[in-house]
Design a protein around this ligand. Structure first.
Ligand SMILES: Nc1ncnc2c1ncn2[C@@H]1O[C@H](COP(=O)(O)OP(=O)(O)OP(=O)(O)O)[C@@H](O)[C@H]1O
Ligand SMILES: [Mg+2]
Length: 473
C-alpha cells in the first residue's frame, strides 16, 4: 500500500509506513468532491478543515485523522475497515444533538477522514472561559440536558462516546435563536480503538485523561455509558465553576491519581448559587464506582430537569421517548442502579425503533385476548359436542371389557383439555355413558361361537317329536 508522500522503513521486524502529514491546504481536493477552504483547528486525533461540497454547493467540516502515524500497512488497512464500520453506526444516530456524519473515507495517502455538517458557533470550553461572567446555572443545565439527549440516543444504539469534554460540546444556534448543542466526535475514539489497543500496550490511552472515568482509565475496553455520565458531570462542573475539580487541564500522572483516589471538591465552594440538590445530582454522576452513578442518561436527565429552563421541555420529551418500556433495560446500557453493567461496549448497529419497543395499545391487547378466548371456547365445544359423543359410540360398539378403555379415553381427553386451562367448560360424563353395556346387538368380531347343545334337541314339526342330540345327552 504505497501511496504519495510515503517512505518505508523496517522497525520491530514489521513494515512500517512513514507518512507525510496529510495535505489539507486551502484549495486541496478531498475525495474528488470536497475543496478545502481553510483549517478550523487541530486536536489530539487530527485536523479539522472547512470545505465545500462542489456538487451540492454545501459547506462541510472534514476531520482527517492523523493519529495512526507509524502503524504498519496491515494495521492501517484493518483500522480503515474498522473506521468505516464505526462511522456507519455513528452516522445512523438521529438525535439533533449529535453532529451529523455525512460521509467517511480514506485519503489516497491512507489517512481516514470524516465529513460532517459544518457548525457555526463555539465550543463549551471557549464559551466558559471567554464569557464576561460565569454562565447562568440554568443555561449550563440546559446544555447538559441536550448532551444527555445525544447520549440517550447513542447508548440505546450501543455506542459510548468515551471522550466527552468541553471541546467536544459545540454550541450552535437553533431555530428562533435558541442555543442548540451538538456533541462532536461521537465514536471517534472507538474508530481509533484498533490503534488504541496498540497504544495501550505502550501505556498511552485514547481519550482526554482529565475527563476520563476511573474505570475507563483502568480498562478502556470494558466501559459502558456510565463512563459518559462521569465525563458529562465534569464538563458541567467546569462550566459552572470555571475550573476543573482537580485543577488539571493537561494530562499527567497527577490527574490520574486524583481521579482514581481523591474526593471531588464541593462545587458550591466555587459557586454558592448552585442549588445543593443540583450539586448532589452532579456528585452522583461523579461516584467513582460506576454502579453508584445513575443507571442511564435518562435517569440523569430526570435528576437535572428541575434545574433547567422551560426551553428544555421538548428535549426532555425527546429523552423520555428514548426510554424503553418500564421494567426493561435500555439496549446497550445498564438497567438500574446497582444492576450489572452491560458488558458490550461495541456498536452493533442502530437499534431499530421496533427494538426500542412501543407499548401495545390497550385496544389491541383486548382484541387479541378476545380472539384467543373465542378460539379456546371453539375447541372445547368441538370436543364436547363432536369428538366425545363419537368416542362414546365407538366404545359402545366395542366389547364390554372395553368400557374401561373408553373411560380412560374420556378422562385422558378431559385432562388434555384441563391442560389448556379450560376446566369449567368440560362436560362431566354421566354414569350411563361411562358404565352401561353396549346398547347395540350388532354382530361383533369378538362374539362367542354358537353352542351346538342349545337347544339340545331337534324338533320335527311333521311328527311333533323332539329328538335329542346324542352328543348332548
Ligand atoms: N463539524 C464541525 N463544524 C465546525 N467546527 C468543528 C466541527 N468539528 C470540529 N470542529 C472544530 O474543529 C476544531 C478541532 O476539533 P478536534 O475535534 O480536532 O479537536 P479537539 O476536540 O480539541 O480535540 P480531540 O481531537 O481530542 O477531539 C475545534 O475547534 C472544533 O470545535
Ligand atoms: Mg474534538
Amino acid at each position: 500500500m504505497q501511496g504519495p508522500g510515503k517512505t518505508q522503513r523496517m522497525a520491530h521486524a514489521a513494515l512500517v509506513t512513514v507518512r507525510a502529514p496529510p495535505n489539507v491546504k486551502p484549495g486541496t481536493m478531498i475525495g474528488e468532491k470536497y475543496r478545502v477552504e481553510r483549517e478550523i483547528g487541530r486536536g489530539g486525533f487530527g485536523v479539522v478543515v472547512r470545505a465545500m461540497h462542489l456538487t451540492l454547493d454545501q459547506r462541510v467540516a472534514i476531520k482527517v485523522l492523523t493519529e495512526g502515524e507509524g502503524t504498519t500497512d496491515l494495521e492501517w488497512a484493518e483500522d480503515a475497515a474498522r473506521f468505516r464500520r464505526e462511522a456507519k453506526a455513528t452516522a445512523a444516530l438521529r438525535s439533533e444533538h449529535v453532529v451529523r456524519v455525512l460521509d467517511v473515507d480514506v485519503l489516497e495517502s491512507g489517512y481516514p477522514y470524516i465529513v460532517m455538517e459544518y457548525l457555526e458557533g463555539k465550543t463549551l470550553h471557549d464559551l466558559t472561559y471567554t464569557a464576561p461572567a460565569p454562565l447562568p446555572v440554568e443555561d449550563v443545565v440546559d446544555y447538559g440536558i441536550q448532551v444527555l439527549a445525544a447520549l440517550a440516543d447513542a447508548h440505546a444504539a450501543g455506542i459510548v462516546h468515551r471522550d466527552l469534554k468541553p471541546a467536544n460540546v459545540f454550541l450552535s444556534t437553533g431555530i428562533g435563536g435558541a442555543p442548540l448543542v451538538k456533541v462532536l466526535d461521537f465514536g471517534v475514539s472507538k474508530m481509533l480503538a484498533a490503534s488504541s489497543q496498540r497504544l495501550t500496550r505502550t501505556g498511552a490511552v485514547v481519550g482526554t485523561l482529565a475527563y476520563m472515568a476511573p474505570e475507563q482509565m483502568l480498562d478502556a475496553k470494558r466501559v459502558d455509558g456510565r463512563a459518559d455520565l462521569w465525563s458529562l458531570a465534569l464538563v458541567l462542573y467546569e462550566a459552572l465553576a470555571r475550573a476543573h475539580p482537580f485543577g488539571a487541564h493537561t494530562a499527567g500522572p497527577k490527574v490520574v491519581t486524583s481521579i482514581l483516589t481523591e474526593p471531588i471538591p464541593p462545587i458550591r465552594s466555587y459557586r454558592a448559587d448552585v442549588p445543593p440538590a443540583l450539586e448532589a445530582a452532579l456528585l452522583r454522576m461523579l461516584e467513582k464506582p460506576a454502579d453508584l452513578r445513575f443507571g442511564s442518561a435518562i435517569e440523569a436527565a430526570a435528576a437535572l430537569a428541575p434545574f433547567s429552563s422551560p426551553r428544555s421541555r421538548p428535549v426532555l420529551d425527546e429523552i423520555r421517548r428514548a426510554a424503553p418500556p418500564s421494567g426493561h433495560a435500555a439496549p446497550g446500557f445498564v438497567s438500574a442502579r446497582g444492576a450489572p453493567p452491560s458488558t458490550s461496549t461495541s456498536a452493533p448497529g442502530r437499534a431499530t425503533s421496533a427494538a426500542r419497543g412501543k407499548p401495545m395499545s390497550p385496544l389491541v391487547g383486548f382484541l387479541l385476548a378476545f380472539v384467543i378466548a373465542v378460539l379456546v371456547l371453539g375447541l372445547v365445544a368441538a370436543f364436547v359436542f363432536y369428538v366425545q359423543p363419537r368416542l362414546s359410540a365407538s366404545a359402545a360398539v366395542a366389547a364390554p371389557s372395553e368400557s374401561t378403555t373408553s373411560e380412560a379415553v374420556a378422562s385422558a381427553s378431559a385432562s388434555a383439555l384441563s391442560a389448556v386451562s379450560v376446566t369449567p367448560a368440560t362436560r362431566p360424563l354421566d354414569s350411563s355413558e361411562r358404565s352401561s353395556p353396549p346398547a347395540l346387538s350388532a354382530p361383533s368380531r369378538h362374539a362367542a361361537p354358537a353352542n351346538p347343545c342349545d337347544p339340545p334337541f331337534v324338533f320335527d314339526p311333521e311328527t311333533n317329536v323332539k329328538r335329542y342330540k346324542t352328543e348332548c345327552l
